[in-house]
Ligand binder design. Structure first.
Ligand code: ATP
Length: 238
């Protein structure tokens, strides 16, 4: 199995507070990895460094055998990283089609036929074909989250990073989300920050647990569930 992404000594401090502390992390191509940990553990800070939203204080990041630590975010996207955030990044005034087209154009430029085909493909994957002409702000919250994922997919990423994708979704939408994510691997590798433990346990091949900015444990869902350190730090006694 080949490594698609790795970090070495990745660190970020905010005015003396070390949010992410010397993290060595390896992600294999084609896996679904969940990143979990208590509030404030450093999960968002960690992925923000992976995608180039914030600069590390120290350490290196490699993506597909290239050092990308100093690469601007948009160049990481064009190399095959895509991400969706906790806070919705959808343009509310634009249609569903226009939102996905904006993302597709980053890769395809002004080729209108190719962009339209990509938009249709991405919307079909997330089940939003019937909403193509709708204004994004008129979609339900759950559909807006799916639209974000379609925007990520339109970039045909090798690695898709999702920050709390099921937050605010209804049960039936969560079920559809799980099916969608399973359909993306192994062509796309998935890194998922997720608080919903049933989603994590059902979806992830492996789980990385962050606590106080450091990796506390890593393993299969069964290993992690049984790990006493994780139980104490995060999962509670249940
Ligand atoms: N821009 C910032 N300036 C100062 N401190 C920050 C900044 N961003 C994050 N922090 C701090 O870094 C630590 C890690 O935060 P981070 O958001 O990465 O955690 P998290 O694991 O994603 O938490 P949550 O699950 O609540 O989203 C926290 O103590 C937070 O207050």
């Amino acid at each position: 199995m080949s490594v698609i992404l790795s970090t070495h000594g990745l660190t970020r401090a905010f005015s003396g507070h070390v949010a992410v502390n010397a993290v060595d992390f390896t992600l294999n191509e084609g896996e679904i990895r969940a990143l979990i940990g208590p509030n404030g553990a450093g999960k968002t800070t960690f992925v923000s460094m992976l995608i180039g939203r914030i600069a590390p204080s120290a350490g290196r990041i490699r993506f597909e055998d290239q050092d990308v630590t100093d690469l601007p975010a948009h160049l990481r996207v064009s190399r095959g990283m895509a991400y969706t955030f906790q806070i919705t990044s959808v343009f509310g005034q634009l249609s569903v089609e226009e939102n996905v087209a904006l993302a597709a154009r980053r890769r395809l430029g002004r080729d209108r036929v190719a962009v339209r085909a990509e938009v249709e493909h991405a919307l079909a994957r997330v089940g939003l074909t019937d909403h193509i002409g709708q204004t994004a702000q008129d979609l339900s919250y759950g559909h807006q989250r799916l639209l974000e994922i379609a925007m990520g997919l339109a970039q045909r990423p090798r690695l898709l990073i999702l920050d709390e994708p099921t937050q605010g979704l209804a049960e039936n939408e969560i079920a559809a989300f799980k099916t969608l994510i399973r359909s993306l691997v192994p062509d796309t590798t998935i890194l998922l920050i997720e608080h919903n433990m049933s989603v994590v346990m059902e979806l992830a091949d492996r789980i990385t647990v962050l606590n106080f900015g450091e990796i506390l444990a890593e393993g299969t869902p069964v290993d992690i569930h049984a790990n006493p350190l994780v139980q104490n730090a995060y999962l509670g006694s249940g």
